[in-house]
Design a protein around this ligand. Structure first.
Ligand code: ATP
Length: 159
């Protein structure tokens, strides 16, 4: 009987870091989300939190600060770590599939300066959303949880 040779798929680890940048408007709180096209520009529009890969020798808070600035055009002061999420995804390059196990840390950041008009060119759009709306609009369940936790921290800090 002919047996098919199972293709070995390598799993690589990735570490990224990003932020929930917020601003207050009276009692209301806005947060910034970016939109990207999923699946290499072919998929539907995805609203998500700004983040990026941690570079060699960089600490995760510095990555969050740098990536938020690059992707959104906004600068902010790091308040504290919110939590981390993890997920698997696969990518095909030159007929070879690589599976990734990715961990992403998120930091709460209070907006200081900058403008969403200066978001990264690779980012489709960047907008401020009222926190409740951002929780609805965010595409990934685990990022919705990060946003809810960010809201709890912000409420706790304003007591
Ligand atoms: P980075 O912003 O860290 O440089 P990237 O833009 O290269 O990363 P990801 O955002 O990790 O890549 O997206 C890679 C794949 O993982 C995509 O298919 C995306 O839809 C999926 N993905 C992204 N975030 C999540 C998540 N929170 N939960 C599940 N899948 C996700």
């Amino acid at each position: 009987m002919e047996t098919k040779k199972a293709k070995k798929i390598k799993t690589e680890r990735q570490l990224s870091s990003g932020g929930v940048v917020f601003r207050r408007r009276g009692k209301a709180v806005d947060v910034a989300l970016i939109s990207v096209k999923s699946g290499w520009g072919r998929g539907p529009r995805v609203w998500c939190l700004p983040k990026g890969l941690v570079e060699k020798g960089e600490n995760i808070a510095a990555t969050a600060h740098r990536e938020v600035k690059e992707e959104t055009g906004l600068d902010g002061k790091i308040i504290k770590k919110i939590n981390n999420i993890h997920y698997f995804y696969s990518e095909k390059h030159d007929k070879k599939t690589t599976r990734y196990f990715k961990i992403v840390y998120f930091f709460l950041m209070e907006y200081t300066t900058g403008d969403t008009a200066f978001h990264d060119e690779e980012v489709e759009d960047c907008r401020w959303f009222p926190l409740d709306e951002a929780i609805k609009v965010a595409s990934y369940e685990d990022e919705k949880e990060i946003l809810k936790k960010a809201g709890e921290i912000i409420r706790e800090r304003s007591k």
